[in-house]
Design a binder for this molecule. Structure first.
Ligand SMILES: [Zn+2]
Length: 184
C-alpha cells in the first residue's frame, strides 16, 4: 500500500502539473505523497501497526531528538553571551564565533532561534524548520504541525500571506525513499 500510494502521488503530480521529469521527487511530490498518506490513514486504507519493540525505539529517537534541541538552546544562550562579551571587550563577535568557537553562521542562527523560542517540545527537524521562518505565524504553524505528531515535510503554499503547512512523518519518508530506490 505504501508503494502504491507513492506511485499514486506521481500520477497526481503528473495530472496536476504535467510533471514527468527525471527529478520527480520534488518537494511538491513529497507534499502530495504525504497528504495522500494522511487521507489513506484517516480512511483506514493504510494502517501502520507498530510493535512494542519498534515503538520503544521510536520513543527513544524522539527523546534524543528533543535533547539535541535542548543542547541547541544551551548553545544559543552561550552564543548570545559571547556576542555580549565581545561587545564589551571590543572583539568582532562574528569572527570569534565562527573561527574560534567554530560555529558557522547557519548553526548559530538555528541555536539562537531555539534559545529565543524556548522549549517547544519538538525535535531537531521541526525546530530547525521553525527557526528558518521569519514571521511568527509561520513559526507557530511549523511548531503546531510538529505537535500533530507527524512532521518533516513542510510545504508552503503562498496565497498572499497565508501559509498552508502539510506535514508528514520522518520514518515514512526514509522508508519510502529506500523502497523506491531499491525497486526502480
Ligand atoms: Zn517515486
Amino acid at each position: 500500500m505504501f508503494t502504491a500510494i507513492h506511485e499514486l502521488a506521481h500520477h497526481v503530480m503528473f495530472a496536476e502539473k504535467g510533471n514527468k521529469s527525471a527529478c520527480a521527487h520534488t518537494q511538491d511530490f513529497w507534499a502530495a505523497f504525504h497528504s495522500i498518506l494522511d487521507i489513506a490513514g484517516k480512511k483506514g486504507v493504510y494502517r501502520v501497526e507498530i510493535d512494542t519493540d519498534t515503538q520503544k525505539l521510536i520513543d527513544d529517537a524522539r527523546a534524543i531528538s528533543g535533547r539535541v534541541v535542548g543542547l541547541w538552546r544551551e548553545l544559543g544562550r552561550v552564543i548570545l553571551a559571547i556576542e555580549e562579551s565581545c561587545r564589551e571587550n571590543g572583539l568582532r563577535a562574528e569572527d570569534i564565533i565562527e573561527r574560534k568557537a567554530q560555529i558557522g553562521k547557519q548553526s548559530s542562527k538555528v541555536a539562537v532561534a531555539a534559545y529565543n523560542m524556548g522549549d517547544q517540545g519538538v525535535g531537531v527537524d521541526i525546530q530547525a524548520e521553525a527557526a528558518k521562518q521569519r514571521d511568527e505565524y509561520k513559526r507557530a504553524a511549523v511548531i503546531a504541525a510538529g505537535h500533530e505528531g507527524k512532521t518533516l515535510f513542510i510545504r508552503k503554499h503562498f496565497h498572499g500571506s497565508r501559509a498552508t503547512i502539510i506535514a508528514a512523518g520522518h520514518e515514512g519518508k526514509s522508508v519510502v525513499q529506500r523502497k523506491h530506490f531499491h525497486s526502480s
